[in-house]
Design a protein around this ligand. Sequence first.
Ligand SMILES: Cc1ncc(COP(=O)(O)O)c(C=O)c1O
Length: 430
Amino acid sequence: MSTHPVSARLFTQAQQVTPGGVHSPVRAFGSVPGDPVFFASASGSQATDADGRTYVDLCMSWGPLILGHADPAVVRAVQEAAPKGLSYGACHAGEVALAELIVSAFPSFDQCRFVSSGTEAVMTALRLARGATGRSKVIKFEGGYHGHSDALLVKAGSGLITAADPDSEPSSAGVPAEVAATTLQVPFGDLDAVTRLFERVGHDIAAVILEPMPANNGLLVQTPGFLAGLRALTAEHGALLIFDEVISGFRTGWGGYSAGVTPDLVTLGKVIGGGMPVGAVVGPRATMEHLAPTGPVYQAGTLSGNPVSMAAGHATLSQLADGAVYARLEALGARLQARIEGGRTRSWPQVQRVGSIVWLYLDEGALPTRADTISQTHVTRFNHLHGQLLDAGFYVPPSAYEVLFLSAAHTDAEVDALADAVLSAVAGLD
Ligand SMILES: Cc1ncc(COP(=O)(O)O)c(C=O)c1O
C-alpha cells in the first residue's frame, strides 16, 4: 500500500497524458526511490501534498521563492494586477518599473529586455553576443546548465583542446551536430584550456558563458582569479563575457554575484519573477541596442513583460532592496551549516554554501570545484538520503547534483530539524 495513494494515482494518470508524467525531467524521481510527490498547496516554508502530508520545502521551485511560498505582498500584487488584464501584448508601466529596479542593481548596465524563462534569456544573450561580434562560437563549462536550448545541450569530447576541430557532441537527441559544434566546452577553473581555445579559434569566439557561482552540478564555487582571468581573456580577444545569473541573480545579494568582476551581459530569471515566469537579459546600452527594434538581432515574445509577472517580480525585489532578507538568509544558512558540521561524527556530510544556496556533499575530501570530481559515493549516499528526508517531512530536490534553497520564510527551528534529520539519516549510511 503506497504511503502517498493520491500522488500515486495522479502519477499513473499523468503518465498517460504526459511523457514520464512530468513537465520537466528533473521533477521525476529518476535516481531516487519512489514516485514524484504531487503538491496541492504551499505557504511560507512549507508545501502540502495531495495526500495531505506537509513538508518543509527546500526545493522552493528550484530557486525563485526567496521569500517563501505565496508571500503575502507578492500574492497581493498578483491579485491587484490580474483583474486589470492578464496580458496586453503591449507596453505598460509595470515593465518600466521592474526594468528600472533591476537595472538600478547593476551599476555598469543601462537596459533590460524581459522574456519568459531563463532558457529564453540565455538564448537571447547568446544571439545578441553573436550579432554584436559577428562571430559564431561560444565557450561554456562542463557541468554548466544554461537552459535547454539546442546549442547549450552539449558535452565535449576528450580531445577538445588538442584536436584540430574541437569536438563537441550533443548530450540530447534532437540537437544537430552542426549546432552542437558551435559550443566549445572546457572544465571549470581551467583557465589554461580557455587560453588555448582563444589562441586557436579566438577570432570566431563570440562569448564565454558561465554561472559565476555554478549551482547546477552541485555547487562548484570558483576562485575570483578564475573569473578575473576570463574577464581579461574575453576583453583581449573581443568576445563577450556573459554571466548566467538565472540562479544567483538577486539570490545571494542585491543584483548579481559578480565577485568583483564586471561581465558584458547578465541573464536573469527565477527570483526576478517571484514565482511567476520571467527571464531577462541586462547589459550596457551599446550592446543591448543591437536587439530589435533598435538593432538587427531579432528577439520577441507574446507574453514578454507579462503584467502579472511584472507585478510579482516587483513585489519580490522591493522586499530585497534594503539587504535585510539577505542578512537573514546568511544567518539561516550559517546555522544549518554549523549544526551539520558540528554534529557529524565523520568528515562528511560536508556543506558547500553561498548564502541561502546549500549543497550537501556526502563524501570526504576536498569539496568539488568541477563536475568530474563529484564522487559516485556521494551520489549513491544521496539517493538513500532523499527518501529518508522525505519520510521525515523534508522535500529536497530529487537529485544528488541539485542544491537546496533556503527562503526568508524558513525558521531557525526548521533549519535545526533539517540538520538533525540529515545527521540521523547519514548515521546509517556506509
Ligand atoms: C543557470 C541557469 N540558467 C538557465 C536556466 C534555465 O532557466 P528556465 O528553467 O527558467 O528556462 C536555469 C534553470 O535552472 C539555470 O539554473
